[in-house]
Write a protein that binds this ligand. Structure first.
Ligand code: FES
Ligand SMILES: [Fe+2]
Length: 441
């Protein structure tokens, strides 16, 4: 169902769930967190924010509209002959032919079937087979959404006009366009599995373990002290006006210092890290944008203080970005476009002790795990522990936020200036620094 139906309530009723102290989710809570079609509480909450839709250069002025699913809506994203990005429902308002086939004309998309012309704002401007006096432009609007471009990304707002927040300029303001590198990939599992992978402090020293020699080859030796060797990381989280601040502590090998990752979750699906890949200072933004309830777009956007060289970009694609994707397979990660089973797991490498997983590459390791949980992980069957605190806290935060927005509160982080004070860094300090204070900064 594209967009909010006319006359639909501003926010759907949210079932009252007491999650005080609860670690395990009920099936109802899992559904609330994972279902994002129009008309669902989480779907309507996400529609209160600007959403990254596609990489800007995937659409060409006057070229083919690109079919894409976002929050369960089948859409086309396109660039007009004059260069403006547009986003509208894929199926033609006349008789549902796909507008991915449409002619891309000066005034909008013209359906191939009977030549109806739909403007980027959703008005039907022409219906050529009808008598000239027929005018549908003020009778109804085809679902169409405002777009913006920033950081090499096309963004759109899919919600109600009256709730539209300011565009999140704060993400991009500190960086010139040539110091931002945006990549994304399509993943065949629910968005929350991706986000929770980012908030899972414990998996680094296990899933991502490779020996020091492999780190050196991979240019990742600076990470060895950060998380590979501490098998019992500590975690803290604190609520903030824009989301949840999380802190992960990884004790160094010698036990004399620790690295604290201060790592915010920003509504509705972003996380930020400090990034110093190959000694280039910068930041990394992740986003998990639902496509359907059983798939999502994962974004990795790198912001750099200095110019990005080809070597640097190649390294990023291999280790932190999603540059290795297959456009012919809807931008799924290349390594998974073959049989897709087993994730090229090398049992001999695993047995050698040089790799815990036997899977090559941090990105592939994370994807394999997230896929292996199934399209929508059944969280009623989990057994969580204290190390899962950031995951528990983000679930509670999202459930509380759904209830608050259902009661008429504004969506967190949508008021102007409410992103002030978002801190993300990797801090080296003594091992007993106060996690609570770091999370509250
Ligand atoms: S189906 Fe598109 S114009 Fe008829
Ligand atoms: Fe990971």
């Amino acid at each position: 169902m594209p967009g909010a139906a006319p006359g639909a309530p501003a926010f759907p009723p949210v079932p009252r769930i007491d999650c005080e102290g609860a670690l395990m989710l009920t099936a109802e809570q899992n559904g609330l967190l994972t279902q994002t079609d129009a008309g669902t509480p989480m779907g309507e909450l996400m529609r209160r924010y600007w959403i990254p839709i596609t990489i800007a250069d995937r659409i060409v002025a006057g070229g083919a509209p690109l079919p894409i699913k976002i929050l369960g809506e089948a859409l086309v994203v396109f660039r007009s002959p004059s260069g403006e990005a547009g986003l509208m429902a894929e199926s033609c308002p006349h008789r549902n032919a796909s507008l991915a086939l449409a002619r891309n004309e000066d005034c909008g998309l013209r359906c191939l079937y009977h030549a109806w012309l739909v403007a980027p704002d959703g008005r039907v401007l022409e219906t050529p087979p009808e008598p000239p006096e027929v005018n549908l432009s003020d009778k109804f609007k085809h679902p169409a959404y405002p777009c913006r471009e920033a950081g090499g990304i096309v963004w759109a707002y899919l919600g109600r006009e009256e709730a539209m927040p300011e565009f999140p300029e704060w993400i991009f303001e500190p960086y010139d366009d040539d110091k931002i590198y945006a990549t994304n990939a399509f993943q065949d599992c629910n968005w929350l599995q991706g986000l929770e992978g980012d908030l899972d402090a414990q998996h680094g020293p296990y899933l991502h373990y490779t020996d020091d020699e492999a780190h050196t080859q991979d240019g990742l030796q600076n990470r060895a002290n950060e998380y590979i060797h501490d098998q019992r990381p500590k975690v803290a989280a604190a609520r903030r006006p824009w989301g949840l601040q999380t802190v992960f502590r990884y004790l160094h090998k010698d036990g004399k210092a620790a690295t604290y990752w201060i790592h915010p979750f920003v509504m509705p699906f972003f996380t930020f890290f400090e990034s110093n890949l190959l000694d280039t200072e910068g930041a990394l933004m992740h986003a998990w944008v639902p496509a359907t309830d059983e798939s999502h777009w994962v974004w990795s956007v790198l912001f750099s203080e200095s110019a990005m060289t080809d070597d640097y970009l190649e390294f990023v694609d291999r280790t932190r970005g999603y540059g290795m994707t297959d456009p012919a397979n809807n931008w799924r990660v290349t390594a998974f476009t073959g049989e897709g089973v087993g994730y090229e797991q090398d049992r001999a490498l695993m047995a050698s002790g040089r790799s815990f997983s036997g899977i090559e590459g941090i990105l592939q390791q994370d994807l394999a795990i997230q896929y292996s949980m199934g399209p929508v992980s059944d969280r009623t069957r989990e057994h969580l522990t204290s190390g899962d605190i950031a995951i528990v806290q983000v679930r509670k935060y999202l459930l509380d936020t759904l209830a608050a927005v259902g009661d008429g509160e504004p969506a967190p982080g949508t008021k102007p200036g409410s992103q002030e004070g978002i801190v993300f860094e990797a801090l080296t300090a003594e091992p007993d620094a106060s996690m609570r204070e770091l999370a509250a900064r």
